[in-house]
Design a protein around this ligand. Sequence first.
Ligand SMILES: Nc1ncnc2c1ncn2[C@@H]1O[C@H](COP(=O)(O)OP(=O)(O)O)[C@@H](O)[C@H]1O
Ligand SMILES: [Mg+2]
Length: 305
Amino acid sequence: MTTSNSERGTNQAKKLQELINKRQNSSQRLQKKNTHFIAITSGKGGVGKSTISANLGYIFAKYGYKVGVFDADIGLANLDVLFNVRVKKNIIHVLKGQAEIQDVLVQITPNLTLIPGDSGADIFQYSNSHMFETLVNDSTLDDLDVMIIDTGAGIGERTQTFLNIADEVVVITVPDPAAITDAYATIKMTARKRNNIGMILNQVNSEKEALAIFGKIDKVARVNIGGDLRLEYFGKIAQDNVVVTSIKRRHLFVKENPYAQATEDLEKIARQLAKKFEHNILIQNESNSGSGLAGLFHRLVKHFN
Ligand SMILES: Nc1ncnc2c1ncn2[C@@H]1O[C@H](COP(=O)(O)OP(=O)(O)O)[C@@H](O)[C@H]1O
Ligand SMILES: [Mg+2]
């Protein structure tokens, strides 16, 4: 980056920080709750991130939470396929002034909204735009209890942006050795900025298999990453044909197969995660970053500063 670019970046950042301070000081924005941001990620692609994001979102909504699922891997456009909806525009169109926020959001169920997003780095390209200011101050979706961010795979900067700003990072892997190696690389990279990382073992045959894989990763991480890293086992999801069949039919597997093993597994994980954010929702403190879309953009601004 050249000097002039970085100076420009600093000025942008200052301007945005001023905006945020102004917003925090304004009494009109007395928020009711904090949105809990959960980033779903992996080292390797095709391990179930989008499937888990969509179905977990559905379960949370069914429990009565207000849920947003942010598609941060829009290039592959698979959350819309999983939800069986058509998405034409995303958050970048809003930032370019080519769409209203309301035109971009897709209501899946009364409590569940799909937010066709973009990778964090691209969002910041528009940080100087008038619309970015609007989004930092926008009240759309500010009643969200939880926002699930379906990130792209890999250890790239774009994915890391979302992992750094999230309250919860969940790394998904399957038993295949290449996926495990890549999951470990993601954990190592993410551990530079945070101590708590969760894992879900997908497409396993048993809890025993899942725990054995998790145990190995945890052991290697303790030895080679060390520090204060705390890897947490969030659970496993069985290899289950109903998942494949439902995806083909463009249905959510948890909705179509309430008694399937994979559904039972994901419900268990959902209950555990919900316990974590129940606490967060109720506590309102000064350092919180706000809720909904504004909360997300606020965190992105702070991250890039
Ligand atoms: N628990 C599971 N049981 C069986 N197949 C699964 C399971 N989870 C994911 N899959 C298969 O893996 C494919 C890739 O999942 P997807 O969510 O698109 O991965 P990612 O978003 O990580 O690229 C799905 O289309 C499905 O066929
Ligand atoms: Mg995906």
